[in-house]
Design a protein around this ligand. Structure first.
Ligand code: GDP
Length: 446
């Protein structure tokens, strides 16, 4: 569950994020408050008085963004200034599109400033250097000393008096990623029905697309003999459209596939990789077989999501269904897929199939408010610590589809696989990510 690609800001409609980092008391919160226009955190002249990492929505020149004040993100003073500021910088790099590195003009470049600058430069992040507390705009010569940090032009500001902040914001906004166009042209979320031969895929497919109401269009697939249907699904009180892959190549004319096994396996693998949600169809009479488990593993390894549908429920009793549900829970504990039972032949429960898939797809695309996961992981760590001397300092969501998380620890190598699983499973239960592979990565906070 560790590893995986970095960043993961690819497919997301989250607001762009601007993080303000800097040594304690340089004026981060004053700047944030000025931009946000309200006093969202406590500010005083005492170092370290801003206790909470503040997340605020801000707007400048028509661009909206989330402004993060990283001040006080480390509640304990025992770790030392160096650790604190590098952690701050790492978190900012992980979360932010643009980073404002704030320094105090009256102190000159300090060691803490230099440590943060090194961290930021090494990461390749987009950085804007803000030299604060230059209260006399006529004389901004002090800012020149900060070229030494290597972060480009030092922008002189006075956060308290609002001097220079407009120019700084112009610069920040210019560095934000291009605004994402409306979802138009964006591919629809994709569903696939997979399972062993004879599980009932064609029958279910026909039952689903046979009900004309649901089908918006049918088109030849991009891959050779797959057919795709665009289906309309009611999900959480909203009408949503999905692409339903027809791996058996069955259209409404009930064209049967005469699949050579190799090709049907290949088609299944292609479908799994293309689909956001694969519905694994089990045959209630045959039970859960090795082939089914291999498919489940393939879905998990491709980072997709999975729901289990027990078919042919008309041929077995309720007791058998309960047993199979338990077996699925037990043997697919890495994904903990949700489970329903249907009869594709009689139509019982078929109307629940697409809403079931839509719910899983929603979990797959989960985007948590930034502070949420940090707080939740904090609680988990408080309840059960990783190991003696190992400290987890912060957690953040770094991607979606599937949801990916990064936690920062002082000794990442000592965070065991079992502990990572504990975090991943707790996140899954808390945010209803059943059937979704939850990736948790551990990075060094130093
Ligand atoms: P596929 O190979 O997964 O596409 O499976 P098919 O849809 O061709 O179904 C295989 C056989 O199982 C056919 O004879 C179907 O009529 C039968 N079948 C499919 N679903 C059900 C069901 O819910 N109950 C019963 N009793 N038979 C079913």
């Amino acid at each position: 569950m560790t590893g995986g690609e970095a960043g993961g800001r690819g497919r997301t409609d989250r607001l762009p994020t601007v993080a303000v980092v800097g040594a304690p008391n340089v004026g981060k919160s004053s700047f944030v408050n000025r931009v946000v226009g309200r006093r969202s955190s406590v500010v005083s002249d005492e170092p370290g008085t801003t206790r909470d990492r503040g997340y605020s929505e801000a707007e400048w020149a028509g661009r909206e963004f989330t402004l993060v004040d990283t001040g006080g993100m480390e509640p304990s003073a025992t770790t030392g200034l160096q650790a604190l500021v590098t952690l701050q910088a790492k978190v900012a790099v992980e979360e932010a599109d643009v980073i404002v590195h704030m320094v105090d003009s009256r102190l000159g470049p300090t060691e803490a400033d230099a440590a943060i600058a090194r961290e930021l430069l090494a990461s390749g992040a987009k950085v804007v250097l803000a030299v604060n507390k230059l209260d006399n705009p006529a004389d901004d010569t002090e800012r020149y000393a900060f070229y030494a940090l290597g972060e480009g032009e030092p922008h002189a500001i006075s956060a308290i008096h609002g001097l220079g902040t407009g120019d700084l914001l112009d610069r920040i906004v210019a560095l934000l990623p291009e605004e994402q166009e409306e979802a138009e042209g964006e591919p629809l979320p994709t569903l696939a029905i997979v399972g062993r031969p004879n599980a009932g895929k064609s029958t279910l497919m026909n039952a689903l697309v046979g009900s004309e109401r649901a089908v918006v269009s049918e088109m030849p697939g991009t891959t050779t003999d797959a057919v795709e249907h665009v289906v309309r699904v009611e999900d959480a009180g909203e009408e949503r459209l999905f692409t339903l892959l027809d791996t058996a190549g069955v259209s409404r004319g009930a064209r049967r596939s005469v699949g050579v096994p190799y090709y049907s396996t290949l088609r299944t693998s292609q479908a799994i990789r293309r689909a956001d949600v694969s519905l694994l169809l089990l045959d209630a009479v045959e039970g859960l077989t090795g082939a089914d488990l291999r498919l489940a593993r393939e879905i998990e390894e491709s980072g997709r999501s999975c729901g289990v549908i027990l078919n042919k429920s008309d041929l077995v009793d309720a007791e058998r269904i309960r047993e199979l549900e338990e077996e699925v829970t037990y043997r697919m504990s890495d994904l903990e897929p949700p489970f329903i039972s249907i009869s594709a032949l009689t139509g019982r429960g078929v109307e629940r199939v697409l809403p079931f898939a839509a719910r899983i797809e929603r979990a797959y695309g989960l985007k948590l408010p930034t502070h949420e996961i940090a707080e939740f992981v904090n609680d988990l760590v408080a309840r059960s610590a990783p190991a003696k001397g190992v400290r987890i300092r912060y957690a953040t969501q770094t991607g979606t589809r599937p949801p990916r998380f990064t936690v920062f620890a002082n000794r990442p190598k000592d965070v065991r696989e079992g502990y990572i699983r504990y975090l991943a499973n707790a996140i899954r239960r808390k945010y209803d990510l059943y059937g979704v592979s939850v990736a948790v990565r551990v990075k060094s906070s130093h």
